[in-house]
Design a protein around this ligand. Structure first.
Ligand code: ADP
Length: 307
């Protein structure tokens, strides 16, 4: 193991508030629902909790409002052992996602109000320079403003950290970001958005891997849901099957579980393919439980599944 082992994650927190009903409401209609859940969400936040529960030494950089959702976030980080370099802001809400779920079809409609997390900027990266420059791993996504992600990746890369970029949610990104990524980790939808063609067959997955590598990424991982994940770098190209850890209950946050597990394994000096298996095992357990952050498994559970 290298002497650097810290994982620094930049991203957003959003409280997930989910409302279930027999159908989605129409405009101006009030509908009686059948269930409500509240839990911590946001890709970066979920990844930080997943990595810490998997055994990583994690710092999370973000912003929340001075409100009950912000308190929920900070309590979740304390419980998971995440160091929270999280700015608490007055006069703006914490990020919140308002999720309607049709309990018959499973369809949903979502409004995400990023609130304080939408104000994350390059100054949040600069304020954490010492931590980022001494980290083994820097990981980020696309839910906070793009310039903060690019600034963080650049700073980490210059300092010699391993950079992991999860280009989620799907959107176009500038070409100069690829060279900042030791690992770029999209799911199928995000990879399709980046390469401009469908990702269904194995050959399409391989082609996407080649395209993203040619653009300058050090290695490409495309997560493929229940099919597992694909690893591609110069000289190595491999499909890794998903694990099964029981009945699948809720696949929301599977990608975040994968990334948290993967980052922890890389921070310990595991080879990328081993780290990828570790990420798949982490996610396989998370999908057997409801919710996102609360579904993330412990190190002991991951080790037991890996055997
Ligand atoms: P996202 O949540 O971003 O859409 P994926 O659906 O690709 O990401 O899932 C990420 C990883 O989670 C996959 O690579 C796989 O290892 C694991 N995973 C997802 N769905 C399942 C499943 N049904 N059974 C086992 N593992 C799963």
């Amino acid at each position: 193991m290298s002497e650097k082992s810290g994982i620094v994650i930049l991203g957003i927190f959003a409280a997930d508030t989910a409302y279930k009903a027999k159908r989605l409401p129409h405009i101006a209609e009030t509908l009686m629902g059948s269930g409500f859940t509240l839990g911590p969400g946001g890709k970066g936040s979920n990844q930080a909790i997943a990595a810490a529960k998997a055994g990583g030494k994690v710092t999370f950089i973000s912003r929340v409002g001075n409100d009950p959702f912000g308190e929920m976030a900070l309590a979740a980080y304390a419980a998971a052992g995440v160091k929270a370099n999280v700015m608490k802001m007055d006069g703006v809400s914490s990020g919140a996602a308002f999720i309607f779920v049709d309990e018959v079809t499973g369809d949903n409609a979502i409004i995400v109000a990023p609130g304080a997390a939408g104000l994350i900027g390059i100054e949040d990266v600069d304020a954490n320079r010492a931590e980022i420059e001494s980290a083994a791993i820097f990981m980020t996504q696309l839910e906070q403003p793009l310039e903060a992600a690019i600034h963080g990746l650049s700073m980490a890369k210059r300092a010699g950290a391993t950079t992991i970029f999860n280009p989620a949610p799907a959107r176009a990104i500038p070409d100069n970001i690829y060279g900042l990524c030791d690992f770029i980790v999209p799911n199928e939808v995000e990879a399709a958005e980046l390469v401009g063609h469908a990702i269904a067959t194995d050959e399409e997955v391989r082609a996407a891997g080649r395209t993203l590598l040619d653009r300058g990424a050090g290695a490409v991982i495309i997560t493929l849901g229940a099919r597992g994940a694909f690893y591609h770098t110069a000289g190595q190209s491999e499909f890794v099957p998903a694990f099964s850890a029981g009945d699948v209950v809720d696949t929301t946050g599977a990608g975040d579980a994968f990334l948290g597990g993967f980052a922890t394994a890389i921070s310990e000096g595991q080879e990328p393919i081993e780290a990828l298996r570790f990420g798949c095992a982490t996610a396989a357990i998370a999908v057997t439980r409801p919710g996102t952050a609360p579904a993330m498994p412990s190190r002991a559970e991951i080790s037991a599944l890996l055997g």
